[in-house]
Write a protein that binds this ligand. Structure first.
Ligand code: MN
Length: 421
């Protein structure tokens, strides 16, 4: 049951590839930190999506010829040394059981170069498939001019086989990953449930004078204690004017009495992300001014969730949120004209959510059932030390939308009552 999902995904991928082509995806390795230390490993999401495997230094190859699929997996070999020093490595049978790739098509990583050359790229007569003319690679760039990891790893192959045309695997995978199946929806709901536990722990323990870092510690303890692997992105715990910096990640200031705290964080469930923002008064009571701004953001949050339905464009959703926030700001006398809103609101209202927190997908096609996105209007008045964002995770359904994070409290009365307990 489990492995069928990955078998089907590879088949969907193959269907969209050129005839006589291969895709090569790397699970990659943890980045180096200092001396013999490495950063924690995170699975490459495209590799996971097609295999269900969460191990570093694995490679999957999917070959297409005449509409038939051929699959090869390369894994790290378990040795006496690796078992004693590095932890238990996955065996071929286990990798086969999870991914649905036949164990006879699973080899060790040190055989990759030889097998790729002798059996796939040079068109060995022992093979059933003709040699490929196209090679699909994960060409994601984390910054302009960064060389994608797959190109670095396959540098020699690309030089030696100039007849292979490179294609971008992300063009196919980004769209496949947009539409979540039942299992993925359940996993994201589970991730949200951990975020809820963490946020409630912060609301329960928050007191004036605490450090933002201490609030974060309560959050992280609660969600890991509940079963989450941890954060799906660098969390933001921003008090007062710190919350007017969009990606404030220092989380190291003491929280003044009377100030608001903006939490923008998300727990993981397996490799799936949640992404929630809540804003609350550290002393448990909103001031009248804070209430005013909070209500504005909350109303826009709710209106946008109701606005979501199949057929809507992301750009429309963004414009809708911006217009509503501008109307509100005008009513409060903060701005005179609609376009002055950029002074108080300067980000988009939504992004896709899934295996990645800012998930892949095509932002220029209309929304369709199965997409999960965030709704996160905000309002930031730096000169008053007020930064508010209220973010929910919303599933597009066939008839409209479902707020998957509706049980995480956001009404003023609910927050004050919860913090008073
Ligand atoms: Mn977000």
């Amino acid at each position: 049951m489990e492995k069928n999902r990955f078998v089907e995904r590879r088949f969907s991928m193959m269907k969209q590839m050129e005839d006589r082509s291969i895709v090569i995806l790397f699970s990659l390795e943890a980045p180096h930190k200092t001396t013999d230390q490495y950063y924690p490993y995170e699975i490459n999401r495209n590799f996971y999506y097609l295999t269900g495997l969460k191990r570093s230094n694995f490679i999957v190859v999917i070959q297409k010829d005449a509409n038939k699929i051929y699959e090869y997996l390369f894994i790290e070999e378990a040795t006496d040394y690796s078992d004693k020093w590095l932890g238990k490595r996955m065996r071929k049978e286990e990798a086969s059981e999870i991914s649905g790739i036949q164990s006879t098509d699973i080899r060790y990583i040190d055989q990759f170069d030889g097998f790729l050359h002798a059996s796939i790229l040079s068109g060995s007569r022992k093979m059933a498939a003709r040699k490929p003319q196209f090679i699909y690679l994960d060409l994601y760039r984390h910054k302009p001019y960064a060389v994608p990891a797959s190109l670095e790893k396959l540098n020699q192959v690309i030089k030696s086989y100039p007849e292979l045309s490179i294609r971008n695997a992300n063009e196919i995978l980004d769209v496949l990953r947009m539409y979540k199946d039942e299992y993925e929806i359940e996993e994201i709901k589970r991730a949200i449930s951990y975020s809820k536990i963490g946020i409630e722990a912060v609301l329960k323990t928050a007191k004036s004078g605490m450090n933002e870092r201490a609030l974060l510690a309560h959050y992280e303890f609660a969600l890991k204690n509940a079963g989450s692997e941890g954060n799906s992105f660098n969390p933001i715990v921003a008090s007062g004017a710190n919350a007017t910096t969009l990606h404030y990640e220092e989380n190291d200031k003491f929280v003044d009495d009377g100030s608001l705290v903006l939490l923008d964080l998300g727990a993981l469930a397996g490799p799936y992300a949640s992404d929630i923002s809540r804003t609350f008064p550290v002393n448990g009571r909103f001031t009248n001014r804070q209430k005013q701004i909070y209500e504005l953001v909350l109303n826009v949050n709710k209106a946008c969730i109701n606005f979501v339905k199949p057929g809507i464009m992301m750009a429309e959703l963004n414009q809708y949120a911006k217009d509503l926030l501008a109307e509100g700001a005008k009513a409060l006398g903060l701005i005179q004209t609609q376009d002055e809103i950029v002074k108080y609101y300067y980000h988009n209202v939504s992004h896709f959510l899934g295996l990645d927190v800012h998930d892949v997908g095509d932002y220029l096609i209309p929304l369709k059932a199965g997409i999960i996105l965030t709704i996160e209007p905000g309002f930031y008045i730096a000169e008053e030390g007020i930064g508010i964002r209220i973010e929910d995770n919303v599933l597009v359904t066939s008839s409209g939308s479902e707020n998957l994070s509706k049980s995480i409290i956001k009404e003023i009365k609910e927050i004050e009552a919860f913090m008073a307990k």
